[in-house]
Design a protein around this ligand. Sequence first.
Ligand code: KG4
Ligand code: ZN
Length: 350
Amino acid sequence: MSTLILAIETSCDETAAAVVADGTAVLSNIISSQVEVHRQFGGVVPEVASRKHLELINHVIDGALAGAGAAFDSLSSVAVTYGPGLVGALLVGVSAAKSIAYALDLPLVGVNHLEGHIYANFLAEPGLKLPALCLVVSGGHTDLVYIAGHGNYRVVGRTRDDAAGEAFDKVARTIGLGYPGGPMVERLAREGDAQAISLPRAYLEEGSFDFSFSGLKSAVINFLHRAGQRGDTVNRADLAAGFQKAVVDVLVDKTMAAAQALAVETVLLAGGVAANTALRERLAERVREKGLTLVVPPPVLCTDNAAMIACAAFHRLARGRLAPLSLNAVPDLELGEERYEGNFRGRVMN
Ligand code: KG4
Ligand code: ZN
């Protein structure tokens, strides 16, 4: 009999649920995006996100079960993202998952959102071999993670200021594109010349695998400001292309340097910014040159979804890492950290 996991993800502005069999077969992957709701505010409004999750969560769970042709009583366990993320948003998913686990007496698995992003790679390539190095690039994180084995992570580099996705979103706003910025910048960049406007790249100290994108963001703002003062018209496509190239160059250079320093043979890409074609193509080129293996999930598994949470949960289950029904949302949960009491089946103990 297969292991059927229902996973729930509500850490930011996507209400998502998925059913995955044996950690690899995605039977359903329902993502209800709140982008249209938040667009009018130019970014995610936490209170609005929580309310939307509440409205959508049951429909999304029903949709995931129906899509998989699964009934509640066929499930093996329930998994949920419990951090990091927006506390009110996380709480909706955590409450839903705990209710289902309690009502059906099912094991509950608490998953770290970033761990979920990393495990999207195991959905793309179930046979992938560890150790590996993963570049996790999302709206809130830019981390280089050495994965020694399942659940065994070492963050070898991280951003010291803005996350890559955050930089895309802020630059998009500055050059008058809408929300979410990443896909908009990418689309506009396709029509531009990446060499036309020269922008800075922050490599930090020799040998550092950390990142910094705030200087680049300021350079874009200053460029626009100076052009405005001179009355020059700015080619926004060139600016978008130049910015995207500056981000991609640093991400790829640091990833390759870390891969060499750690002597890994496999490189993984994860998080919303991993949906970016320029980043995917450039990293693929460099990895191929070095004769390493690259795994990159399809774009739909890079941005927030619950299938990746189910996959991470499958490997947690295999290690017996279950969460108690007292599981709570942990907005600042670190990768590799487990923040709950005990380690037992998701059932009420009398
Ligand atoms: O992982 P994700 O869906 O949510 C978080 O966990 O943050 O990542 C969202 C981020 C946003 O900043 C968005 O602008 C960025 O990923 N993003 C992209 C692209 N698609 C999404 N950035 C660049 N190019 C894209 N195609
Ligand atoms: Zn994410």
